[in-house]
Design a binder for this molecule. Structure first.
Ligand code: CAA
Length: 258
């Protein structure tokens, strides 16, 4: 358990769980909550015993976006000085896998949070979208960029301009979520997946994430050069020796993350 005000953290074997916990406002993401979330991610990132991070939420929804009541009176100079999205940038530096289990609304900043995760399990009742346009603004934590990169500009504009929500099935069709599950099994399935990834050699998992993240931004040539370096680097690990020796000896490998 933890000392946070707006989230809980728990450790289950090698999985660090972070649970958004403002269910009375559908986990609206106020700024202290984002700071707590990033601090928890960084704490798990540094903890050698944690191999995978699972992000979930209490209540009927994952997160209904940034806290509208908190930002209602903001002005541009205040926002520039506050630089709140620098906190979101810290999320992109987390090296361990982040898996999200999403039920109910994941909209606005809640959807941006989903788009910041590596793997997404969605409940059948999940709803995604960017309603910021209905408030006279637009996404500010990477939503326009990440949605466009994932589904292309036409579909992205359709959703960003209308502010409409789309369901889990549609999100799956567009490659925004990995699996759609009945809400009753969502958390168990996401945890089972997290535990499975946690048994894999951690340095491979880490460098695969690093390389895939680079591949989204860099050219094919540059990302292939980057991939190669990470491939070579893994030959410096004990786990590479163990994995290949175990194959030759026809036994299960025992990975140590070294
Ligand atoms: N900020 C603050 N409070 C919020 C909130 C938000 N984003 N979303 C919901 N709440 C509060 C509601 O005010 C309500 O509180 P009260 O009981 O005190 O009235 C409570 O949570 C429950 O919400 P609803 O009664 O509205 O629940 P619903 O099921 O009828 O509707 C919903 C759900 C359609 C998601 C609706 O709550 C809604 O439209 N929320 C706002 C969504 C939104 O516009 N998000 C974008 C925010 S801007 C942003 O995220 C910018 C960015 O890029 C970082």
């Amino acid at each position: 358990m933890s000392n946070y005000q707006y989230i809980f953290t728990e450790i289950d074997d090698a999985v660090g769980k972070i649970i958004l916990n403002r269910p009375e406002v559908l986990n609206a993401l106020n700024r202290p909550m984002i700071t707590e979330l990033v601090n928890a991610l960084e704490t798990f990132n540094k903890n050698e015993n944690i191999k995978v991070i699972l992000l979930t939420a209490n209540g009927r929804s994952f997160a209904a976006g940034a806290d509208i009541k908190e930002m209602k009176e903001d002005d541009p100079i205040y926002l520039e000085k506050l630089d709140q999205f620098a906190e979101w940038d810290r999320m992109s530096l987390i090296k361990k896998p982040i898996i999200a289990a999403v039920q109910g609304y994941a909209v606005g900043g809640g959807f941006e949070l989903v788009l910041s995760c590596d793997i997404v399990f969605a409940a059948e009742n999940a709803k995604f979208g960017f309603p910021e346009v209905n408030l006279g603004v637009m996404p500010g934590a990477g939503g326009t960029v990440k949605l466009t990169k994932t589904i292309g500009p036409r579909k992205a504009l359709e959703w960003l301009w209308t502010g409409e929500y789309f369901d889990a099935k549609k999100a799956y069709e567009y490659g925004l979520v990995n699996q759609v599950l009945p809400v009753e099994v969502l958390f168990d399935e996401a945890m089972a997946f997290a535990k499975k990834v946690a048994t894999q050699p951690p340095l491979s998992i880490r460098l695969i994430k690093d390389t895939v993240t680079k591949a989204v931004d860099l050219s094919i040539y540059e990302s292939m050069q980057y991939e190669r370096k990470n491939f070579y680097l893994l030959f410096a690990t004990d786990d590479q020796k163990e994995g290949m020796q175990a194959f030759v000896e026809k036994r299960q490998p025992i990975f140590k993350g070294k």
